[in-house]
Design a protein around this ligand. Structure first.
Ligand code: BT5
Length: 357
């Protein structure tokens, strides 16, 4: 994958710079900028953006490009300031501080920026189908497919996803997580937490109905469909399909009793691009945390759960069971207690919840 190759190379280059001799913070940055630019065709702007993001995330306090007069003329350097320390140029003189900077740089260069490659379509059958074709062609990690209109949108178990041309956010994200297969179901929770957070930012109170529905006022405003391709017991790629009802008026749709939209909740229309950007901002955060092994998204799904503590009916192998929902496990499974008091864990492929909940 293109993105992986670049990140892997950058890491090697940083390590090779370090192998030669310990350097000062600004010298390292200068070397990285030069080497990554020349040898990798990784644009300088990418590194600058990384550093700016580190400033935003408060990993570093300031990032400046500077000129200094030397005997040989003007010398350019990159000066960064770490929180609590003075300017690195003046203060980083020991190896341990230098290593800290490098670790920050490496971990941040590994940050996957979702949506840097976004491809727009007018009308598609399903964005998940287009995304699958592109994943097979090894399009870059984090590519986003957006459609103005989807005529054969689907939910889980081949259920239909209703859309109205130009009114909703219809998108799919292509991912190649290098993670164990059993963690794949967490990605549904990453998507659900991102949707829920994004909706909150627009002023609505959202709840998450495990595994993949986001509700406002008890009605479904968004659904997530995660499809995983497996090869040799490993994840080959993951497609995260997300549909959000934005400007669609649900009151004249067959789903009017169970669904809602931004328009129906808030009474006005929104820019779909704005909703998409908000969602991607949230997804970027939760997905990168997931890649680092943090289960923050699952916590968000727990805290905002529509079903924890409730008695519900689940369907398994075409049979209904009355159970109580206890919790969501760290790996994204639902923990329930059956009528005999037994505690059981279910993945999203094993059960579905009765739609009255
Ligand atoms: C879902 O399935 O909620 C996942 C929906 C994912 C849709 C996105 S759009 C982009 C990408 N491309 C695709 O083809 N799919 C993804 P599920 O939990 O199975 O819920 C489906 C059920 O939700 C249906 O049976 C209806 O009852 C209800 N439903 C259908 N359309 C809806 C809508 N627009 N809003 C709310 N509920 C809807």
């Amino acid at each position: 994958m293109h993105g992986d190759i670049i990140r892997g190379h950058t890491e090697n280059i940083i390590l090779s710079i370090l192998k030669d001799k310990p350097m000062y913070g600004y010298e390292i940055l200068e070397e990285i900028v030069n080497k990554t630019n020349h040898e990798l065709e990784l644009k300088k702007i990418t590194l600058y953006k990384t550093l700016e993001r580190m400033v935003k995330n408060e990993l570093i306090e300031q990032f400046m490009k500077n000129d200094t007069k030397t005997n040989g003329g003007n010398r350019k350097y990159y000066q960064i300031t770490i929180k609590g320390l003075q300017s690195l140029k003046e203060s980083v003189v020991n190896w341990s501080d230098t290593k800290k900077i490098i670790n920050h740089l490496i971990s941040d260069l590994e940050y996957l920026s979702i949506g840097e490659n976004t491809i727009y379509f007018d009308e598609v059958t399903s964005t998940n189908d287009i995304a699958k074709e592109m994943a097979k062609e090894k399009v870059s990690d984090g590519t986003v497919i957006v459609a103005n209109s989807q005529i054969k949108g689907r939910g889980r178990l081949q259920r239909e996803w209703i859309d109205e041309s130009g009114k909703n956010l219809i998108m799919s994200i292509i991912l190649y997580p290098r993670k164990p297969l059993h963690t794949a179901s967490i990605i549904t929770q990453v998507a659900a937490a991102s949707v829920s957070d994004a909706i909150k930012d627009f002023g609505m109170d959202s709840k998450i109905k495990w595994p993949n529905d986001v509700l406002v006022g008890g009605k479904k405003i968004s659904g997530v469909l995660v499809e995983t391709a497996i090869e040799n017991n490993q994840i080959e790629y993951v497609i995260v399909g997300i549909g959000m009802n934005v400007n669609m008026d649900i009151s004249n749709k067959p789903i009017k009793t169970i669904a809602s939209s931004f328009f129906n909740e808030l009474g006005n229309e929104f820019s779909i691009e704005l909703v998409k950007n908000k969602l991607i901002e949230k997804f970027n955060y939760y997905y990168n945390e997931f890649l680092k092994g943090n289960d923050i998204a699952v916590q968000v799904c727990r805290e905002n759960s529509h079903i924890i503590g409730k008695d519900v009916i689940i369907n398994m192998n075409n049979t209904d069971y009355k159970v109580k929902v206890i919790d969501i496990a760290d790996d994204g499974k639902l923990i329930i207690e059956d009528e005999n008091g037994n505690i059981e864990f279910f993945s999203l492929n094993e059960i579905s919840l009765h739609k009255n909940y």
